[in-house]
Design a protein around this ligand. Structure first.
Ligand code: 2BA
Ligand code: 2BA
Length: 109
């Protein structure tokens, strides 16, 4: 079994949860905040059998769109960003950032 940790934009989260649910995949939704933009995003935990991992990735790819955002960094978090303080910066946001982690045990009590 794998645990897919997917960071997605809030605007895509509902569609993604619904698309996963339609094919019988369960997820847990967590409210999260991106360290760079300091804006809300959504982190989904999706526990999935190995043979359905590619299906999950496909659903995420099809549901979460990449968007370009023009942002003005606020509080700098490192020297690179310090240099850009106050200057609008174009960043690509989403579609999704995914971590796939091996699950050693999946238990329900
Ligand atoms: P944020 O940290 O708010 O980052 C939003 C977008 O800003 C990123 O999109 C990226 O295009 C840009 N960005 C982030 N850090 C940057 C930096 N140091 N310099 C220049 N541009 C930077 P994504 O890469 O699609 O990431 C979307 C969200 O996924 C991130 O929101 C963060 O919450 C999460 N994420 C991305 N990579 C991660 C990682 N390695 N570990 C944990 N979370 C991650
Ligand atoms: P929910 O997703 O709100 O699911 C509540 C209960 O509804 C589940 O209880 C299960 O009995 C049923 N259920 C969920 N998805 C279903 C589906 N696709 N088809 C039929 N019935 C379904 P639990 O299995 O005890 O799960 C409790 C909570 O644990 C879930 O709340 C979810 O937040 C989390 N969870 C369970 N399995 C997960 C997984 N594989 N990945 C991520 N989170 C999981």
């Amino acid at each position: 079994m794998k645990l897919v940790i997917a960071v997605v934009q809030d605007t895509d989260a509902a569609n993604l949860i619904s698309a996963l649910g339609k094919v019988g995949l369960t997820s847990t939704k967590l409210a999260s905040t991106g360290g760079f933009l300091r804006e809300g995003n959504t982190t989904l935990l999706i526990g999935v059998d190995d043979e359905r991992l590619e299906e999950v990735k496909k659903i995420i790819r099809e549901t979460c769109r990449t968007r370009t955002r023009l942002i003005t960094p606020g509080m700098p978090i490192n020297e690179t960003i310090e240099a850009a303080r106050g200057q609008p910066v174009e960043v690509q946001v989403g579609g999704a950032v995914i971590f796939v982690v091996e699950v050693s045990e999946f238990l329900k009590f």
